[in-house]
Design a protein around this ligand. Sequence first.
Ligand code: NDP
Length: 291
Amino acid sequence: MTATILSGKVFATQFKEEAKKEILNIKQEYGVTPGLAVIIVGENPASKVYVRNKHKACEEIGIYSEVIEMPETTTKEELIRKIDELNFRKEIHGILVQLPLPKAIAQHEEEILNEINPFKDVDGFHPINVGKLVTGQEALIPCTPHGCLKMLEASNINIDGAHAVVIGRSNIVGKPMAHLLLSKNATVTICHSHTKNLKEICKSADIIVAAIGKPKFITADMIKPGATVIDVGINRIAPKKLVGDVDFENAVNVAGAITPVPGGVGLLTIAMLMQNTVTALKMQLANQYAL
Ligand code: NDP
């Protein structure tokens, strides 16, 4: 029997529709339109595509969107000044700095991201939002793991009491994913490159989230029959061929539910950015001092 395919397209459409409805309600009640500013520094072609897609999604659902293009030679100070400007602009409720930053300022990434007002931090990377997530307070949550959790919930996959194994411990995916699953009462194991007995650990999982960055690393023999497999990985193995961290072709015959790559988790990230922008606006409306 083959697994249920969890389609990113279906869920992304649903999550964007939810955001669109909320935007209409907020406009009616408060007369405010959510605004998102995306800063892109330099000429990275992949980043330009991502930023264009974010702008398009905003237009589709009624978010005011501003793309700020800064040259490759931008200094740390210039970028921080731009963030400060946006922190104080009332019509901008979400600020995102597209990563990666150019090499010359990449070492200052943490300092630069920490400059974003936590109420406008729609990527959820600011230590205040990280701390709130870990302590169970209302926070802006990183888009990709947040999308994975919402997809699990929308698919009625049982999380409470389930053994969830997250492979990867990055600040962007692995760690927030583990905390989100824990907040929903999963028993969570976090694995990384030093983990011993990875196969045995994976085999005992009811839910596997793979966020490794290694093509087809999770093979069918690592999956318990009927388990749910969420593949966050995006690996380009040929100019026009993307694969995930899971060997989908074989895993699909063992798992109970699985996300494909492409067409899975990747599509959820922008939808969750739209939701986060709405959440940011709502948090700011509730905390007028932060506007
Ligand atoms: P990172 O490189 O920051 O983290 C990778 C993690 O995988 C690390 O924690 C690393 O362990 C772990 N790892 C590496 N090798 C092994 C191994 N042999 N066994 C067990 N664990 C291992 O990547 P990201 O978290 O940023 O991204 C992960 C993947 O998700 C990438 O393919 C990326 O492209 C994709 N991605 C997709 C997004 C989307 O929108 N769908 C968004 C963000 C990322 P250690 O810490 O010990 O080094």
